[in-house]
Design a protein around this ligand. Sequence first.
Ligand code: HSE
Length: 583
Amino acid sequence: MTKVHSLEGKHRLCVLKFGSSVLERQEDYRTAAQEVYRHVREGEKIVAVVSALAGETDALLEQAGAVGGEAPPALVARLARVGELRSAALMALALCRMGVRACALDPHEMGLEAEGDPLDSNLCSLDAAAVLDRFADHEVVVVPGFTAGHARHGVVTLGRGGTDLSAVFFAARLGSKRVRLLKDVDGVYAEDPAKNPRAERYGALGYEAAAEASAGLIQPKAIFAAAAEDIVVEIAAIGHHEATVIAAGPARKEVPLPWPPLKVALLGCGAVGAGVLSYLEQRPDLFRVNPVLVRHPDRHSSEGGAVFTTDLSEALAGDPDLVIELLCGADRPADIMLGALRRGAHVVTANKAAVARHYDALHAAAEAAGASLAYSAAVGGAVPVLELLERLRPGPGVVAIEGVMNGTANYLLSRMGEGWSLEDAVAKAQELGFAEADPAADVDGHDAADKLSILVREAFGVALPPGRIFKQSLRDVGRGDAAAALARGQVLKQVARCRFGRDGSVRAEVRIEALPASHPLAAARNEENSFLVTDRDGVPHAVHGKGAGRWPSAAAVFADVMDLQRALASAGSAAAAPARLSA
Ligand code: HSE
């Protein structure tokens, strides 16, 4: 197969495939989207190949028979493919709600063509540029795995169970060397793990051996197509990092890691906390949640089994392994986190005010106790800007960052451009759940300064308290200024910038600026965030997405939690901290 086009060198492209075994119910799109987000955090661009929800293709074929009898196969295919089209749209919707820039493509939009029988056709061509071009402004392209265009029949379906092969086909045509097939088992086992709980799993398998050992789990045709293109195929379960890796080389067996459940204290159940709680409740096998600390227990639903308390000691009872801190304020939450870290608990927080003001104390406590401290959601919501800095750290390092990093301010300026008053726009942002409890933090630039202070620390290793960062307030924007800027072809943005000087000094400020519409930061809409990071070689790196709101922030918090869970499972002991999260 020929490579037509390739992604810019700094991006890795991975093809993920979600079959019907992991898309059983509507709620599974959120779980699958979280899995995709994990790869986006690692800086990968993703093609997500999806099957229909479990049972849907059978139901469509049955419906075709009930209505059409012995219908022409090409007409049956026209109906049977609908499950995949629907599934691709649902997956893209789940990703967008989470704040990841995703789009879905139908076969005709990417020149995806198949040949052969209408109900058993084989993919034969793809306009790779039509897919890769979407990555200019998306992190994820979702594609249906079971349908394509056809020169004679217009639209067709592939052979049943052929989505593995589709994933390999996309990888080959798009120049990707990595395909991860998400299944309901975490790899290929030497024996049936349902019959023998101590069954060994293959950590690695050569292509030939894989075709034999994985019969019934992966299509042999998919394995041979991968072998022909030197594509590494991973068989994995959602949330796990262990996998069977199929590539050229010898087979290796390993004993699967145990995943002991973590005892979790959740402190705060507001806009973000309620989202995090629903993620935790989806995985009772992994998390035992203590009574959740809230101000008004009667305002929270116990439908998922959660108990609520106003008593901090009850919320922290029994030495939790993990404390998730999502409270308002800075000093009291920092004290609570310090106490937890000193007791050896791991901490995940979204609290930028606490992290910015107590950075050294929190990191020192984590290091002393060998515990981890993670706060991806504190800057950028779902936008993985801290992860980008971490990737650049061992390489060229960073010289400057500029960004739209307060979603509420961006939302307010968007509304003011439409003629809204600042007060009305603030009320709406509060209703939508992304303004801070005290919206002055957003309006007056304090929240952006907190985030900038953390970025300065992580990028340059320099302590710059948020109080020393100059901030311009949205209150300085006159009525009509935002609309006037639009009329001039500009947009008003709250821009936070920092730069590392040759003399080791750091300049940082938060200003309201009129940017030309063509400026990369100008594209951030509503509560979106956008960051431009310039490395010391002068190369710009951009990350975008939703920076505020329940689901984007909850996705980042939960991704930190799952990283911790995986690191603890790998370390085989709840005492070990993951290297990338620790201070
Ligand atoms: N109020 C913050 C914002 C929430 O609007 O960006 C996310 O940090």
